[in-house]
Design a binder for this molecule. Structure first.
Ligand SMILES: C[S@@+](CC[C@H](N)C(=O)[O-])C[C@H]1O[C@@H](n2cnc3c(N)ncnc32)[C@H](O)[C@@H]1O
Length: 245
């Protein structure tokens, strides 16, 4: 199936604790289709999603450069918890493997804006603090930095407690943009095209046009593939032994 291929089966090489594990299969597929040159992540924490981007960028280095920018103050927040400095130390240690394809901006998201030209970003992942006002501010601050037809990912569109307001903002942007897709598993991942999609590869345009049973099938496959990534993390983290024969 064109919406699921060998890229969807790539294993993330670094799997620290994260609420984002279940989205790596879809995002590896998306990256292979989109071929972004500039990826920005707002909200990095241990780096799970960020190192998925870096893994892709390093793999395709010979085909052309893709830079991944990690922006976080590494102080934590009300939703992610408040951090010790060792989280950042561990992140930086791992980032050493990806110096060719990544840069770290240890700052607030607002301060990070000055590092980027307008209309320079191909893929923006918004995963900072999750109150409605935060997500709205992050999107509105950063949209001038997006290229036409850039892809924006919003994590946690399906969390409805603890004051999370991504779902509310996602419902609003739905009305403004016509090319949107939402995965309901893994706390929800909103996928948005910032434009009419005319410059997107045809498969991505078809992806946004999916509906009905075909859309449900693609969602179900990525839910299952995502569960596997999370399950392998649980096995390692909690030392569960199982017979893999
Ligand atoms: C949900 S975590 C990111 C999770 C990560 N993407 C993953 O794969 O697990 C949110 C992060 O956003 C950071 N953060 C929240 N608000 C911020 C702000 N205004 N400026 C910089 N960092 C912020 C927090 O320090 C936290 O590390």
């Amino acid at each position: 199936m064109q919406f699921v291929d060998q890229n969807s089966l790539i294993k993330p090489e670094y799997v620290p604790e994260s609420a984002w594990h279940k989205h790596s299969p879809f995002v590896f597929w998306l990256l292979a289709r989109l071929k972004p040159k500039c990826i920005v992540e707002l909200g990095v924490h241990n780096g799970f999603s960020f190192f998925v981007f870096c893994q892709y960028a390093l793999d395709r280095l010979r085909a052309g450069k893709c830079m991944c920018y990690a922006i976080d103050h590494w102080q934590g927040d009300e939703h992610a918890g408040i951090y010790d400095t060792d989280i950042f130390q561990k992140f930086i240690q791992h980032q050493g493997q990806y110096l060719e394809v990544s840069k770290v901006i240890k700052s607030t998201f607002r301060e990070g804006l000055s590092y980027f030209e307008d209309e320079s970003i191909d893929l923006l992942h918004i995963d900072g603090r999750h109150y409605y006002d935060d997500v709205k501010e992050d999107f509105n601050d950063w949209k001038r930095k997006l290229k036409k037809d850039a892809i924006v990912l919003f994590h946690d569109t399906q969390v409805f407690d603890s004051g999370f307001g991504v779902h509310q903002f996602w419902a609003e942007v739905h009305k403004e943009f016509s090319l949107v897709f939402e995965f309901l598993h893994g706390h929800g991942l909103g996928v948005l095209c910032f434009g009419d999609g005319q410059s997107l590869p045809i498969t991505l345009r078809k992806f946004f046009a999916l509906s009905g049973r075909q859309k449900d099938s693609v969602s179900a496959v990525y839910h299952r593939l995502g569960n596997e990534v999370h399950f392998e993390y649980l096995l390692k983290a909690y030392g569960v032994q199982f017979d893999s024969s």
